[in-house]
Design a protein around this ligand. Structure first.
Ligand code: DX5
Ligand code: ZN
Length: 250
């Protein structure tokens, strides 16, 4: 039996909600992940911050390796010069691994290097190579990288913390990125990360995305399971409105 690749799993279930755990109860992470699984979430978003590219420090490969969950591991590297570090994150179980060109002297080389790496969870599952872009980085920075990536992740906040406000210009950046992908000869997934809440997730989903990252709106310290279910339903609503051409108010 052929195993679907991580890319195929994302594409077939697009748009997928990837839940960030920055504001989860990290000392009870097993039960936090279990509630995501129960809610129907398929992907967990792991923000790696190094205290250099990002003001805050979070987790590294041993933490990612310790996660026991069938959820796809969406590893967002907000770290300086990942060239010699990505292999450790792949070995730790990344299914999706996103780097930032703003943090790399050799973004193209890092992506090339990842092309030859095997998914540690299952070698047949493949890796999804992502490129994340900060709100202040022109989308043109993606053009020379389009042949070596499977995911574009538009940041709707500056890297740093959960719970920041969605930057409005993200909407036009998503539209532009969608045009860029359509004009390329490749199949590329498009995602947005940061500031996605109960109030805007349906409208954001209607922009035409494959991956929607949301963190503090799910792990709000109160009702994570109900929040996760709400977000999954709201995404379906956003997609329906996109298909029917009915605009959702911002
Ligand atoms: C920002 C991170 C985001 C963020 C998402 O630096 O990359 O993943 O934590 O969290 P919310 O949804 O709270 O903005
Ligand atoms: Zn992130």
């Amino acid at each position: 039996m052929t195993v679907p690749t991580a890319f195929d799993l994302l594409r077939e279930s697009s748009p997928v909600v990837s839940v960030g755990i920055l504001t989860a109860d990290l000392l009870s992470l097993g039960s936090e992940l279990a509630l995501l699984e129960r809610s129907g979430v398929k992907v967990v978003h792991l923000d790696v911050m190094d205290g250099c590219f990002c003001p805050m420090m979070t987790v590294g490969p041993p933490f990612i390796k310790a996660l026991k969950t069938p959820l796809l591991h969406d590893v967002h590297l907000m770290i300086d010069e990942p060239l010699n570090k990505v292999a450790d994150y792949v070995a730790a179980g990344a299914d999706i691994i996103t780097i930032h060109p703003e943090a790399c002297s050799h973004a193209h080389r890092v992506l090339q290097q990842m092309r030859g790496m095997k998914n540690a969870n299952d070698p047949d599952r493949g890796l999804v190579r992502g490129v994340g872009l900060n709100p202040g980085t022109p989308l043109e920075a993606l053009e020379p990288l389009l042949d070596e990536l499977e995911l574009i992740l538009i940041l709707a906040v500056n890297p740093g913390w959960g719970g920041q406000k969605f930057i409005a210009s993200t909407r036009t950046r998503v539209e532009k990125a969608n045009r860029m992908i359509a004009g390329s000869s490749r199949e590329i997934l498009l995602g947005v990360d940061g500031g996605i809440t109960r109030d805007n997730i349906a409208e954001v989903a209607a922009l035409g995305l494959d991956l929607i990252v949301t963190g503090s709106a799910v792990f709000d310290g109160h009702a994570a399971e109900a929040n996760a279910k709400f977000m999954l339903e709201a995404v379906k609503k956003g997609v329906r409105s996109q298909e029917s051409g009915v605009r959702i108010n911002k």
